[in-house]
Design a protein around this ligand. Structure first.
Ligand code: ZN
Length: 292
């Protein structure tokens, strides 16, 4: 075989092997996992930026276009993406596989019955489970299954990539737990109930939320109750995502010894949090420095 023919065949096989599975995810965190598991066999895009409030997303035609040409749409589930059904309908993509990653997650704060008392956005329990990194093994398992369904010949490749990533993540989990061990039992307040799984993992105590109910803006009455709570309860930090209004948390901090801590909940939420491990590194080291 001459050299030119070899080259042409190599190019052809390269293009054949690049039958990309087209993946869209709701969050950039999920895009990070999908990219690591899918490697060069996938093309990954996501909807919500890390510095946006993921609960409230404008339904845009450009998001529908992303889903129009996708094979898989990975979502957090538990109605976290209240805006997703409209995007899926608008995409008119009958072959889109919408994969709810929450199916096997051990869910927190699930109400006995769906009721208005849960607020606007956590009616089926708390959906912020990706902030406990132990849940990523479940997420990765669901992703491997869905990618394999889309491209069965690549199953071993997807499994191998997932295992390699989870091994790396497991080592980080041990490291993060050691960093936070001295602060187990520390009492904190959070703006939104985004940190329940994170706190449960690390033994932090969440004494209250700045939002009276998930998705409901702070009220003067509720803020004064929190000021009382901070004065009585040795609250060290008020954790706020960068996209929330800072006035109520700052008002609480001014009247008490609690410090306001802006922490992102998703990849891209601050500079340097360019992937999930970097996001968690940032949050854990910032929190450890504040609780000290
Ligand atoms: Zn929420």
């Amino acid at each position: 075989m001459n050299r030119l023919l070899c080259f042409v065949l190599a190019l052809a096989s390269l293009s054949l092997s690049r039958a990309d599975v087209r993946v869209v995810t709701s969050l950039p965190d999920l895009a990070d996992f999908a990219q690591r598991i899918g490697g060069d066999k996938v093309k990954v895009d996501f909807i919500v930026k890390g510095n946006q409030n993921p609960h409230f997303v404008d339904v845009k035609p450009s998001y529908m276009m992303k889903l129009k040409s996708a094979d898989i749409f990975f979502i957090i589930g538990m109605e976290f993406e209240l805006w997703a059904p409209q995007l899926v309908d608008g995409s008119r993509n009958a072959n889109l596989n919408v994969v709810d990653l929450s199916r096997a997650i051990q869910k927190m704060e699930v109400p006995a019955a769906v009721n208005a008392g849960m607020g606007d956005v956590h009616r089926y329990g708390n959906p912020h489970y990706w902030l406990d990194p132990r849940n990523i093994r479940i997420v990765a398992g669901e992703m491997v299954d869905a990618l394999t369904k889309a491209s069965p010949v690549d199953e071993a490749f997807f499994r191998g990539n997932a295992e390699a990533y989870l091994k790396k993540l497991d080592a980080k989990i041990v490291e993060w737990q050691a960093q936070m061990k001295p602060f187990a039992g520390s009492r904190i307040i959070t703006f939104h109930k985004s940190w329940s799984y994170f706190a449960n993992w690390l033994g932090l105590v969440i004494a209250g939320q700045v939002e009276p109910l998930p998705g409901i803006a702070p009220t003067p009455g509720h803020t004064s109750e929190l000021i009382q709570l901070c004065r009585q309860g040795n609250i060290k930090a008020i954790i706020v995502e960068p996209f929330y209004d800072m006035s109520a948390p700052e008002q609480i901090a001014r009247s008490t010894s609690a410090k306001v801590l802006q922490l992102p909940t998703s990849v891209g939420g601050v500079d340097g949090a360019e992937d999930y491990i970097a996001l968690m590194d940032h949050n854990i080291s910032t929190m450890a420095a504040t609780l000290r």
